[in-house]
Design a protein around this ligand. Structure first.
Ligand SMILES: [Cu+2]
Length: 473
């Protein structure tokens, strides 16, 4: 008898197992709805949400979560769950010196909880799994934005249903800017572009097919901002591309098909000290990296493909997006040699071990052998403490990753080897490959109260690979 708990393990295994056996035929019936050829659909960019009110100190927004019919594949209608009925949700632009207030109305038939991923948000407004907005209900979240400029995102976190709700569309970006970043004169306006990457599986009618059983092999339609493998027209000038892995479970290894480097400028929690070129950039679910690409280096008419060479990528999921380079344009944006220094790490006073694994008997996804219990505090942290967490993925087969709410951390090393590129900057989510250990260090000096730490592969977290820490005053 296949239990719901063992199903998730098999589902994850399904993806890996199919790859190992070298075929996708067993993945299920071929979809009757076929995606278009790559690069035949133009990229669309989520609209920026307009505030309903501005005060001296705050920007006030209102959004209704609702089902809507959208066109993901050309000519095919797909029912989604969207913030404002949009797929993905609208982009919220916030300023580090102003408070953002968002009132969310739940127009769905399922409970919802809105989490600002990467936000240093007071516990009561963090959108915790059991702190749900019921259907027909309404909830106002206040974000103080007392943190540096960064690419954040908001998504559903209602316990047990977040994997399905995010898969059906409850995700959007939240771009926090500040005066320091303004001074750098990085590409902005139409040259500052959100690229939300994810996969999807559609059924015969074009509906989004969600199953806990599915892994990356089954979810084989790649979307950028809700469009299948789109093309993006760019001018011959610099662009800031905010790459966000909003997939439930897919990992990416991104690069350009001509082998040129992507220039990383920011990680989950803000700007890097200096630009870091890299030919490949890894992104596990929930992670962000901002890159700058100067298309002035390419002749008009050049076509460049953003590729995904992660080992789980097959056929349709290898090509993400094509940049079609147009005429050169005047460009007064800059890519400075120095961006924002990282502060020196404090002396850690506490070291903890965290173990991610499936329970060998029950198949439950666990942290330290335990399934999430909202009534249990797993870790107590003193306010202001500098702590090192050694996060071990005990699972020999499955990758996981690790997200901490409420703070940003720095990754000290992975299996003793220092990390590089965006992983060396401020992080809130980090990949933990099977069998490996990542050491991270955080200072818990933002807010007191209860927060989550969890695997951000949403089928895992929704089944309980989550735990709670409490910052004590
Ligand atoms: Cu996991």
């Amino acid at each position: 008898m296949l239990t719901r708990r063992s199903a998730i393990r098999l589902g994850a295994l399904g993806g890996a197992g199919l790859l190992l056996s070298g075929g996708r035929a067993a993945a299920g019936t071929a979809p009757a709805v076929t995606p278009p050829a790559p690069f035949t659909v133009p990229l669309s960019v989520p609209p920026v949400l307009r505030p309903v009110r501005r005060t001296l100190t705050s920007d006030v927004y209102a959004l209704t979560m609702k089902e809507a019919d959208v066109e993901i594949l050309p000519g095919v209608t797909t029912r989604v769950r969207g913030y404002g009925g949009l797929f993905p949700g609208p982009t919220i632009r916030a300023r580090a010196d102003r408070t953002t207030v968002v009132t969310h109305t739940n127009g769905l038939t399922v409970p919802a909880s809105v989490h600002l991923h990467g936000g240093h948000t007071p516990s009561a407004d963090d959108g915790q799994p059991m702190d749900m907005v019921m259907p027909g209900g309404r909830r106002t979240y206040t974000y103080p934005n007392q943190q540096v400029a960064s690419t954040l995102w908001y998504h559903d976190h209602a316990h047990h249903t977040e994997a399905e709700s995010v898969f059906l569309g409850l995700a959007g970006t939240y771009l926090l800017s500040d005066a320091w970043e303004d001074c750098l004169r990085l590409p902005s306006g139409d040259q500052d572009v959100v690229l939300m990457l994810r996969d999807v599986k559609l059924d015969e009618q074009g509906g989004i097919a969600f199953s806990m059983l599915d892994g990356s092999a089954e979810r084989d339609i790649l979307l950028v901002n809700g469009r299948p493998q789109p093309y993006m027209k760019v001018s011959g000038r610099k662009y800031r591309l905010r790459l966000l892995n909003s997939s439930n479970g897919r990992h990416y290894l991104l690069g350009l098909d001509n082998g040129d480097a992507l220039t990383q400028i920011a990680s989950d929690g803000g700007l890097l000290p200096a630009p870091v070129p890299a030919t490949t950039v890894a992104l596990s679910p929930g992670e962000r990296v901002d890159v700058v690409v100067d298309f002035a280096r390419y002749a008009e008419g050049t076509r460049l493909v953003l590729t995904n060479t992660d080992p789980e990528a097959v056929d349709r999921t290898r090509d993400v997006l094509r940049f079609d380079v147009g005429a050169p344009e005047p460009d007064d944006s800059l890519l400075p040699d120095r961006l924002r220094p990282l502060p020196a790490l404090g002396a850690a006073t506490v070291t903890r071990d965290v173990v991610l694994d499936f329970d060998p008997v029950s198949g439950d996804p666990t942290i330290d052998g335990k399934v999430y219990d909202p009534d249990r505090v797993d870790t107590q942290v003193a306010f202001g403490a500098d702590e090192i967490w050694r996060v071990y993925n005990k699972d020999v087969t499955f990758r996981h990753n690790f997200h901490v709410h409420g703070v940003h951390f720095r990754v000290l090393d992975r299996d003793g080897t220092p990390v590089s590129g965006h992983e060396a900057g401020w992080k809130d989510t980090v990949a933990i490959p099977n069998g490996s250990t990542v050491r991270l260090q955080a200072r818990f000096d933002r807010h007191t109260g209860r927060y989550l730490y969890h695997c951000h592969m949403l089928e895992h977290s929704s089944m309980g690979m989550m735990a709670q820490y409490e910052v004590l005053s």
